[in-house]
Design a binder for this molecule. Structure first.
Ligand code: WT7
Length: 566
């Protein structure tokens, strides 16, 4: 029997208050998310249970108990306090998937700071933009990424402290301090910052079509939703070995790679190594992974490798599989049934929703290709794109709208009320995706309602790429769009008009690609560049990305007169 039991019964009976009580959230005045992921588990008698099994790219394995999480996160909280950081300060974690990343995340919350996780593969421009927007006070990083931080530091007057968690003996520069989690003085007890359910906790940056990336701000009570969805959707139980393959630079890696897992008191495993089918299967086999939360691109990569590597490993420990981030195609679900004897369960949500809002539940009939049904406690509908009224006809495509008010929903875009307000229409939160509902209430994803590119489950904003391209000396005009890709769903393609005096060439194309990879990230790097004489524009001069995109997808664009007048 799955944790959720009967979906219909839960749908009828569930209230968020029940989830709050089940977690004990707010009992004895305790609201701190960091506390719920470490100290609380120790208080209920599980301090010696393994919380994290970490494996590095060399194969080295380290284990941390809940007591370790508690004590080491205390050390981080103390360090930050001793260096003058205050509750509400934005503190960035910028590291590969090392234990310090996961544990400092809790430490920041325990001293009342707002954690700003950033993907360690971000280049200096992507990093600078987000640190500047959040007016970040401190950043925790490693030697490997320190160079990028140093190069942008002079442009970030608010950034007063850089903490290097693997500094060793080598000297650092002014304003940088070395900190070793394992060698630091152990603090059995600290004063955990007093927060309320609405105190800001995590600030995740996400990309939109226009403008700079937006910081979605979450609050401490988000843990109520993250814990109950971990239990009911991911079906996690006390003895599970849980593996979430996402990087905490993105929301899946924090909501379910830190918070949901540890608030549930289970053992989770982390692999800090690149992808290979053999490596992943060996990891599942070695650690006896039971619950696996991954992404369609990874599943497609595994499919590509075929059944041969599957048969070479014992994957019989796997009990429940789930996926998120991009459409999970029906073939991937059917293949996983064949390969692992279990289907992947699709789940849908966003940085802004903070937790899973639509999903296929254990025990419920899966319709391959469908995202499933709303989580109990979430009211979801398909809305008319003009009136924002619910469409009640089966199969009609419209916008996904959610009734605001669940605990893990974002509370604002940092410093950007205008964009935040636009996300709400007619009493609904507008996700920005298109879908339909079938006669049994299953949601079928159709596509995004904007120009944001979803590559390998990561959103990339065309504006950010175009702005960076314009800084290259050869580029006069540019447009970035998503083009279809069999593995990553979409990859970035850039259309570029060159400045006079520059000629198109393979070399120039490569140079521009690398320029974007270095300044933004490998995800934002165009996989293809097409040099054009000019770009299609509206009468007011806006580049018609949709036209370029439609061509890549072989779609009919129809009457473009409306576009021209945009
Ligand atoms: C966007 C959110 C929170 C998950 C990680 C990404 C797309 C997400 C699905 C799915 C089709 C999906 C949507 C959504 N997306 N899950 N199951 N099927 N599309 O978080 O970076 O905020 O991206 O990812 O377009 O709006 P994110």
């Amino acid at each position: 029997m799955s944790n959720i039991g009967s979906y219909e019964t839960r749908l009828r009976d569930f209230t968020w208050k029940m989830a709050e009580e089940e977690l004990g959230y707010g009992k004895d005045g305790k609201y701190n998310l960091g506390y719920f992921c470490s100290d609380r588990i120790c208080e209920i008698g599980n301090g010696t249970k393994v919380a994290l099994v970490w494996e590095g790219f060399t194969g080295e394995v380290r284990r941390y108990t809940y007591d370790d999480l508690r004590i080491y996160s205390n050390s981080f909280a103390t360090l930050l306090r001793q260096n003058g950081l205050l509750p509400g300060d934005r503190i960035c974690v910028f590291m590969d998937r090392i234990p310090e990343l996961y544990i400092s995340f809790l430490g920041i919350l325990k001293m009342g700071g707002i954690v700003q996780p950033l993907f360690s593969a971000f280049g200096e421009d992507a990093l600078a933009m987000r640190l500047e927007d959040a007016k970040t006070k401190a950043i925790l990083t490693t030697r490997k990424h320190l160079g990028k931080v140093r190069r942008i530091r002079s442009s970030l007057p608010e950034l007063s402290l850089v903490i290097v968690v693997d500094a060793g003996e080598k000297p650092l520069e002014q304003g940088e301090i070395a900190f070793s989690m394992e060698k630091a003085v152990k603090n059995e007890h600290i004063q955990i910052a007093t927060v309320g359910p609405e105190t800001p906790s995590v600030l995740h940056y996400t990309s939109g079509t226009t403008g700079r990336p937006k910081g979605a701000l979450h609050v401490h009570s988000s843990v109520i939703a993250q814990a109950i969805t971990t239990k009911w959707v991911l079906d996690v139980r006390p003895d599970d070995i849980y593996w979430c393959t996402a990087d905490p630079g993105w929301v899946t890696g924090t909501s379910y790679g830190i918070i949901g897992a540890w608030a549930s008191g289970i053992t989770q495993v982390v692999l800090d190594a690149g992808f290979s089918a053999h490596k992943w299967y060996a990891f599942i086999e070695k650690h006896r992974v039971t619950v696996w939360y991954s992404a369609p691109t990874a599943i497609r990569l595994l499919m590509k490798e075929g059944l041969d590597p599957v048969n070479k490993h014992d994957l019989s420990s796997l009990r429940h599989l789930a996926s998120v981030g991009e459409p999970l195609n029906a073939e991937a679900v059917l293949w996983s049934e064949k390969a692992y004897g279990k289907p992947f369960h699709d789940s849908y949500w966003q940085t802004e929703t903070g937790s899973i809002v639509i999903s296929n539940y254990p025990g419920m009939k899966i319709k391959p290709g469908s995202m499933g049904k709303p989580f109990p406690g979430i009211t979801a509908a398909i809305l008319n794109p003009k009136t924002f009224e619910p469409i009640n006809t089966v199969g009609t495509v419209g916008l996904i709208g959610l009734k605001p008010g669940w605990p893990s929903m974002f509370r604002m875009y940092w410093n950007n009320k205008e964009t935040y307000d636009k996300k709400f229409q007619n009493g609904w939160y507008i996700c920005g995706d298109r879908s339909s509902i079938d006669s049994e209430g299953y949601f079928w994803f159709v596509g995004r309602d904007d120009d944001v590119i979803n590559t390998a489950g990561h959103l990339v904003g065309p504006f950010e790429i175009e702005s960076a391209l314009l800084e290259h000396p050869a580029v006069a005009e540019s447009a970035a769009v998503g083009k279809p890709d069999p593995i990553n769903m979409e990859v970035v393609k850039a259309f570029i008009a060159l400045k006079p005096g520059f000629a198109k060439s393979e070399d120039l194309s490569m140079e521009i690609m690398n320029y974007i990879r270095k300044r933004l990230s490998p995800l934002a790097m165009p996989q293809e560049i097409e040099f054009v004489d000019s770009l299609p524009k509206t009468r007011s001069g806006k580049i018609m990305r949709r036209l370029l995109r439609a061509k890549e997808w072989g779609e009919e664009i129809g009457d473009i007169s409306t576009l021209e007048n945009d």
